[in-house]
Design a protein around this ligand. Structure first.
Ligand code: S3P
Length: 169
């Protein structure tokens, strides 16, 4: 492990950030943390409820606070939410405090992996494909901007992706 003592996973919904992150943490003997879970644990509310009551802006404020606090630790693998990179402060913080890995994933895979999921407010829409495509247009450059490494999660299985990342960093 070279640059910093944290690994931070970015990428869209359905990229496999949590599943890969958990595996990777095990391989590195790091602690796994997930910013969405942390927000839910701290508020005692789930993400859809936070979006309903506080709007996306309220959720983003909470997300920023959690990412800032979690990355002050050392030796974590952090799975961030798909929209974390939209805040400049988050981009600055993740770049400074960890090795950032962008899990690149096709819209097709994202759709498959999120199909039965009701926990993502942005996908409660008649045309999730359209939503994911639009989000990707604005977010892809931001994922690329913060990434130290870009890893494709379409081709290989989760275990292979985690081992590939462990080898890279
Ligand atoms: C979001 C992604 C979600 C969650 C929230 C918003 C987004 O996280 O943070 O629903 O804006 O893309 P995952 O990427 O873990 O699904």
């Amino acid at each position: 492990m070279s640059k910093h003592g944290n690994v931070i996973l970015v990428g869209p919904m359905g990229a496999g950030k949590s599943t890969i992150g958990r595996q990777l943490a095990q391989l590195l003997s790091y602690e796994f943390v997930d910013s969405d879970h942390e927000i839910e644990a701290r508020t005692g509310a789930d993400i859809p409820w936070i979006f309903d009551v506080e709007g996306e802006e309220g959720f983003r404020r909470r997300e920023q606070a959690v990412i800032d606090q979690l990355t002050l630790r050392d030796g974590i693998v952090l799975a961030t939410g798909g929209g974390a990179v939209t805040r400049e402060e988050n981009r600055r913080v993740v770049s400074a405090r960890g090795i950032v890995v962008y899990l690149k994933t096709s819209i097709e895979q994202q759709l498959t992996r999120t199909a039965k999921d009701r926990k993502r407010p942005l996908l409660q829409h008649a045309e999730p494909r359209k939503v994911l495509t639009e989000l990707m247009k604005t977010r892809e450059p931001l994922y690329q901007e913060v990434a130290d490494y870009v890893v494709d999660t379409d081709a290989s299985n989760i275990k292979d992706v985690a081992s590939e990342i462990a080898r890279l960093i």
